[in-house]
Write a protein that binds this ligand. Structure first.
Ligand SMILES: C[S@@+](CC[C@H](N)C(=O)[O-])C[C@H]1O[C@@H](n2cnc3c(N)ncnc32)[C@H](O)[C@@H]1O
Length: 199
């Protein structure tokens, strides 16, 4: 099984990335996302939830000599922590961690707890990485990502959804595909499951 260590070596980190067991994205998910980044060189990356994934995405931008990450983080303490980690890895210039508290968000005749988007600039997103909000918060916790960011997605874009082996993520992707039939989907049967949607 792929380890954080092999990912660090592959991406040229000179020290171990901070990892929180069960909360950080798994190394095989981060490897998929970083392979995509290094190959496709997305200029605008938005991620839902910050942490180890922010360091990986920022390092890819550094290696690509371009691109910027906007990381939506609901927890103020985690936003502060990730910002400090980016500074510790000299990656500050590649990533803006946006403290985006969860708020009542009406989507498709339901109300979800989802990120406040006020501080996200009007960017066109090439790559969207979804690893939050936590699934236990509500049914289809990550469903709002596509409807709420649809207007900001570039014509050609890629979306990675983590924890996709869960029934909840399986169901919410079917809802996405029904609402956005212009996306092609692929399921990767890795440690926690991953959906990759492309348009
Ligand atoms: C699955 S975690 C995000 C992981 C992040 N993408 C990464 O790769 O490290 C989703 C959210 O859980 C929260 N979180 C992170 N670590 C936590 C912890 N140890 N305990 C409780 N919540 C945590 C943060 O608000 C984070 O945005």
């Amino acid at each position: 099984m792929l380890s954080y260590l092999s990912l660090e070596k592959k991406l040229g980190f000179d020290k171990a990335m901070p990892v929180t067991e069960h909360w950080s994205a798994a190394p095989d998910f981060l490897a998929l996302v970083s392979d995509h980044c290094l190959q496709e060189k997305p200029q605008v990356i938005v991620e839902c939830s910050s942490g180890t994934s922010s360091l990986v995405l920022s390092q890819c931008c550094k290696l690509n000599q371009g691109g910027r990450v906007f990381s939506l983080e609901n927890g103020e303490e985690y936003a502060t922590k990730t910002t400090a980690q980016l500074a510790d890895f000299s990656l500050t210039e590649y990533c803006e961690v946006i403290h985006a508290p969860l708020q009542d968000t009406p989507v498709a005749e339901e109300t979800f707890q989802w990120y406040t988007l006020n501080a996200l600039p009007a960017v066109k997103i090439d790559l969207l990485v979804i690893d939050g909000p936590p699934g236990f918060l509500q049914k289809h916790s990550r469903y709002p990502a596509l409807p709420m960011l649809a207007e900001r997605l570039a014509k050609h874009c890629t979306v990675f959804l983590d924890d996709a082996a869960r029934d909840d993520e399986q169901a919410l992707v079917q809802r996405w595909l029904a609402a956005y039939p212009d996306f092609q989907v692929e399921y990767i049967n890795n440690e926690r499951g991953c959906f990759i949607l492309k348009r």
